[in-house]
Design a protein. Structure first.
Length: 149
């Protein structure tokens, strides 16, 4: 079974929505339907920094990585921020998450981005076991003020 990583296409929307809903359920959060629709649409908007890579296993979409690049004050180039990574629960343990991260590592090097970074829930042991293979936590604590209702 070969894992294929590729850019998302508009034809992926229905399956991505299934995966996205699984991702939200995993984190026990809800996102308004119009935000979900906007997220998917922005992936294909040339003016948006948001991009998506998807993982296929035997031609079935089984995971995704949403990311964006941005300038930073401590670097001359761009940072790549991996905002969301999810693999269908039925396909975990098959190195799909690793393939998605490896893809972003390779893309970061190829495009000359200065850094790749992400965060995850402190108690997400499965994700942290994967992420710790790449780099140990840098000790930063995230603070977030939400202004959306």
């Amino acid at each position: 079974m070969a894992i294929t990583i590729r850019d998302a296409s508009r034809e992926d929307e229905a399956r991505w929505l299934e995966l996205w809903n699984g991702y939200l359920a995993f984190y026990r959060v809800s996102v308004a339907p119009e935000v979900t629709a906007s997220t998917f649409a922005r992936v294909f908007d040339p003016a948006s920094a948001l991009k998506m890579r998807v993982a296929e296993l035997d031609a079935k979409l089984v995971g995704f990585a949403l990311f964006l690049t941005h300038e930073g004050t401590w670097i001359k180039g761009h940072d790549c921020y991996l905002e969301d990574l999810y693999v269908d629960a039925a396909y975990r343990g098959q190195k799909i998450g690793k393939a998605l991260v490896d893809d972003l590592v390779a893309m970061s090097k190829e495009k000359g981005w200065s850094r790749l970074y992400w965060h995850t829930a402190e108690d997400n042991r499965t994700a942290r076991a994967l992420y710790d293979r790449y780099v140990q936590s840098d000790g930063h604590v995230r603070y977030r003020i939400s202004f959306e209702k």
